[in-house]
Design a protein around this ligand. Structure first.
Ligand SMILES: [Zn+2]
Length: 329
């Protein structure tokens, strides 16, 4: 049995000097702008909402399926609500998948996304973060066989390989990703354009660990997807997800302009309670929730930066990201 003490050892968030991040990594700004442009292309009704039935589905809570919720705000015609039952925040007028894919294919999003991932300044933070958790997976959890979902340019898998975890698989939808990742892992270990819900059908040998870096917030049916993941993880195996925390200090300071609030991208924000609901309904337990990135670059002009300020953010769990380690029951 893994002791909580070991997780405590990994409790300290990863720090890099990110004060000038936007200036140092201008492609990230371009990506955020493009996301905003795509989101604002959809026609709105008199109430300022994207409401055409050909474009959206009106959904209930993506975690607990309750229908009672309260509106938090509207961005680009998309209504963010908070579930009255479990505190999950989600976009209620959810774009249909085929509609979103059509808009994406008409933009240069895929290419830009790929370029952003290859940005050296950006990688300073992400590589440090990946190495921290690879240490946990490798040296404390005994992880040997990994599937990384949303593997992108393969930055995480590359570091797994360097640290001698070499039974590694990647899944993505992007042709660019396939090209990059085929240089890191054997071709047959790349799972191309298979939706999570279809994974059990592949009859693949179960994994010790499935990782999802910035994927959970994109899923329109996380419960269905976690039930599928459960089927391809070994008994007592793990699933690890890093995702944005909506109720962060950044959100307190910047409200709807917080970069993570991008309605065509991030449609689902977990609370501690909705995470527990997701785990329970899909056959997992939550081992630990780690805090990452207390202060984003855009916050510096609006705060007096100090150790106390950072410590308070961590203590109150208002970091920009949370990383949840789930264990299969
Ligand atoms: Zn709910």
């Amino acid at each position: 049995m893994m002791s909580k003490k070991i997780y405590k050892k990994f409790d300290k968030p990863v720090f890099v000097n990110n004060r000038n991040f936007q200036k140092d990594a201008p492609l990230t700004q371009d990506l955020l702008k493009l996301q905003d442009q795509i989101a604002s292309k959809f026609p709105v009704n008199k109430k300022n909402l994207v409401n055409k039935s050909s474009l959206i589905n009106k959904v209930k809570c993506l975690a607990c399926n309750a229908s009672k919720s309260e509106q938090l705000f509207v961005k680009h015609g998309f209504k963010y609500v908070e579930c009255s039952n479990c505190g999950h925040v989600y976009v209620e007028n959810l774009l249909k998948e085929d509609v979103l894919l059509r808009y994406y294919s008409e933009s240069h999003m895929e290419e830009l996304n790929n370029q952003v991932q290859k940005d050296k300044k950006r990688s300073l933070y992400w590589d440090k973060l990946y190495l921290k958790y690879i240490d946990l997976f490798n040296n404390y959890l005994g992880v040997r066989r990994v599937l990384d979902i949303g593997t992108g340019a393969g930055n995480f898998l590359k570091l797994c390989k360097r640290k001698k975890i070499d039974d590694i698989y990647g899944l993505d939808f992007s042709a660019k990703s396939k090209e990059d990742v085929n240089k890191i892992i054997p071709k047959e270990n790349y799972i191309f354009r298979v939706p999570i819900k279809e994974l059990p059908k592949l009859k693949i040998k179960p994994f010790d660990m499935i990782t999802m870096w910035g994927v959970l917030e994109h899923l329109s049916n996380p419960l269905r997807d976690f039930r599928a993941l459960n089927k391809i993880i070994k008994r007592k195996g793990y699933c690890f997800a890093l995702f944005p925390n909506l109720k962060s200090k950044a959100y307190e300071m910047m409200g709807v302009t917080t970069p993570t609030i991008s309605p065509t991208e991030h449609i689902s924000f977990f609370s501690m309670k909705s995470l527990a609901v997701l785990a329970k309904k899909s056959g997992f337990k939550i081992e630990y929730v780690f805090n990452e990135l207390p202060v984003i670059d855009l916050m510096y002009p609006h705060c007096t930066y100090s150790k106390e300020f950072v410590d308070e953010i961590i203590k109150s769990k208002k970091t920009y990201y949370w990383a949840c380690l789930f264990r299969k029951l």
